[in-house]
Design a protein around this ligand. Structure first.
Ligand code: 5GP
Ligand code: MN
Length: 336
């Protein structure tokens, strides 16, 4: 409650606001940023969303997408200036500044008041005002709750509502994860009340594969999926050459790891993608297996209990070997 009063006071007069979110934004990261941006603009603030990297084209339909500044060598000076001159910086859907690459240092030294809105475990304490709720299904859920606590739910219109819905539907795995609470469904009911078109959102996010992406999925499931029955584990490792062969675009590997977890009996799944500069890893689990801990302890990562990510600077083959060699250590959880 104290935090909301501090936010009310902060936003009582027009401010220059920068909003940022994690590397390779997903629907929750971008949806919460653009949903919040829509709200803050309505309140008369000057708002700029800056992402630390590009993001999948299946998110381009979101309202405000055309005004996003994507960080890169060409936009570095502008991003730095905006960050330095902002009165307020909102950090959405990430828990430590390392998640926003070069922008992390700019945000750290910026004189702005920093506001964190996030649902990841073990958040750092770099922000002045924190809305961290690790039980929330999505950052979009917290953004909705914050707007409601501000007493301004009526400002949520269709474009903002569609951004918030997108984050909630994706981060809950289409309302299937344990994080899908009564509050989540009540928020969805309120968003539906605004007139959002959920069929359009689902089509845009889930039924917008390029032909190459779908064929890549087929290839990976047929030839690349490995199942380690002994440890109820399945994993997929994709080489840089395979990404090239299928002309893989940002977002084309999203959701792949969930197929590995969809096998009966499998409780732990991993996806390794050779991004050349490093191997990017996604982990998923069911039940008590904490992939947040696993990613933190072995792959410089983190996230949530059942969905986390990490990175490896070893070659792809060695990274996979390291992973497979770790499984016996976790035998009690994996084989329970
Ligand atoms: P995904 O596997 O979909 O990229 O990410 C799953 C979850 O883990 C997301 O909540 C994401 O923010 C988090 N995550 C992904 N990669 C990393 C990482 O390298 N470090 C940390 N701390 N979290 C990550
Ligand atoms: Mn999220």
């Amino acid at each position: 409650m104290q935090q909301i009063n501090a936010l009310k006071e902060l936003l009582a007069t027009p401010k220059k606001i920068m909003i940022t979110t994690h590397h390779k934004p997903d629907a929750d990261a971008l949806g919460s940023s653009l949903g919040l941006a829509g709200y803050l603009k309505k309140k008369g603030h000057q708002v700029q969303v800056i992402t630390p990297s590009d993001y999948p084209s299946f998110l381009n339909w979101m309202s405000g997408n055309e005004d996003v500044l994507v960080y890169g060598p060409k936009t570095d000076a502008k991003a730095r200036q905006i960050t330095q001159e902002a009165d307020v910086i909102f950090c959405l859907d990430f828990n430590h500044l390392g998640r926003i690459n070069e922008l992390g240092e700019y945000v750290r030294v910026a004189p702005a008041t920093k506001v964190l809105i996030d649902h990841h475990l073990q958040p750092d304490t770099f922000a002045d005002i924190m809305f961290s709720d690790i039980t929330a299904a999505a950052t979009c859920e917290i953004v909705f709750d914050v707007i409601r606590l501000m007493g301004e739910e009526h400002l949520i219109d269709v474009p903002m509502g569609e951004c918030l819905y997108a984050g909630i539907v994706t981060d809950t795995g289409s309302f299937r994860h344990a994080s899908t609470t009564r509050n989540v469904h009540l928020i969805i009911a309120d968003l539906l009340q605004t007139g959002i078109d959920i069929c359009k959102i689902h089509r845009n996010i889930y039924d917008s594969y390029s032909e190459k992406r779908l064929r890549f999925l087929g290839y990976v499931l047929k030839d690349k999926l490995q199942v380690v029955r002994e440890y109820n584990t399945a994993y997929i490792a994709v080489t840089a050459q395979e990404l090239k062969d299928y002309d893989s675009q940002t977002g084309d590997t999203e959701g792949l790891v969930n197929f590995a977890l969809s096998i009966e009996g499998v409780r732990f799944a991993a996806l390794f993608i050779d991004r050349t500069e490093a191997v990017k890893i996604s982990f998923r689990s069911v039940g008590d297996i904490s992939v947040n801990e696993f990613a933190r302890n072995h792959f410089e990562g983190g996230g949530h209990k059942n969905a986390a990510g990490g990175i490896s600077y070893l070659p792809l083959v060695d990274t996979v070997e390291k992973f497979v060699d770790l499984l016996p250590l976790y035998a009690p959880q994996l084989t329970k």
